[in-house]
Unconditional design. Sequence first.
Length: 396
Amino acid sequence: MTGTQTWKTLDDMDLAGKRVLVRVDINVPVEDGKVTDTTRIERITATVDDIQEAGGKVILMAHFGRPKGQVVPEMSLEHIAPAVADVLGLPVTFVDSDYVDAVAEMDDDEVLLLENLRFNPGEEKNDEGFAKRLASLADIYVNDAFSAAHRAHASTEAIARLLPSCAGRLMAEELGALEKALGTPERPLVAVVGGAKVSTKLDLLGNLVGKCDYLVIGGGMANTFLAAQGMDVGKSLCEHDLADTARDILEKAKAAGCEIVLPRDVVVAREFKAGAANEVVAPDACPADAMILDAGPDTVTYISEVFAGAKTLVWNGPLGAFEIEPFDRATNAAAGVAAALTDAGNLISVAGGGDTVAALNQAGVADNFSYISTAGGAFLEWMEGKELPGVAALSA
Ligand code: ADP
Ligand code: MG
């Protein structure tokens, strides 16, 4: 996945008079039949507008929820179509079948929205036959759903082998930002990996120690590393059975010349609740009846120095239990430093992950980062150094 860009973009395609089938992610939150957050729809507007401006006709295809290959009426994209029309400011026609006729009859400025791809069992099976049916509707395939690119599905993988293909604007933006951060980064490169457990981020840690100049380990997973070095972490969240794994990672980092930054001081409390009485202690001084819930101020000072000397930062996972005050302090402070360095033009900062994005929003700095990925699983797999089938198919 690293190296030079091999996928095409809209600029490389001749779109005039062409039918363009665009895979998008409009899996938006819905409550009581109403779309409550249109962010994902807003993010496809550049692609739709640019295709139409270049004279192409736009046919949108997407999934919604997990219908598991069956028709589930509540998960029909028919319910989302009005919001898509609203946000795009264009006539959007939802089609549940008879795709061929609908495409033949469509106007230039009209946008077609096909039914939930996952109603067809062929979608998640990456079925060639289903991909062929979709491909027969169009002249060109555009993938603008990076967040679905880690899955080899008919609409993300098989179809790219059947039609001239390229990345949409959002996909290209995301790939460009990630490539800059991890593919060919300006160094020093710092990674922050925090969050709850080492076990969910083994591949991530394994990939990053080989790539980064500094790896800051925070959150609950830092406890596993402290314990692996013989420290008593009391009642902290800790995976004692992963002590060997943690030691392996430390060894691998040493061999690769990557400095591992572990907490130099920690915030401990006896209760996991907002406003719980707490104190700052050395990492080896957690009382037996207490738990480590955040990194301490000395740690933040050191992390800030590391950030200040870096050119690129990738971040996944909060440094502490950021959902409850005051254990959001280290995360907020480090995020603030990264934001200021980014604003000053001294740092490229890329972050992703469900809780990480929530934490950065809570810290009020999400807009200051160079790039915030909302792609979830696809972002993590990319950080793990895995090839994403949907991206690989575009490069073939
Ligand atoms: P992301 O969703 O960004 O990948 P994770 O899901 O891995 O992040 O981690 C976020 C969770 O980690 C949060 O719920 C946070 O409360 C928890 N966490 C962080 N530090 C600690 C800690 N010291 N003890 C317990 N939980 C922690
Ligand atoms: Mg999470």
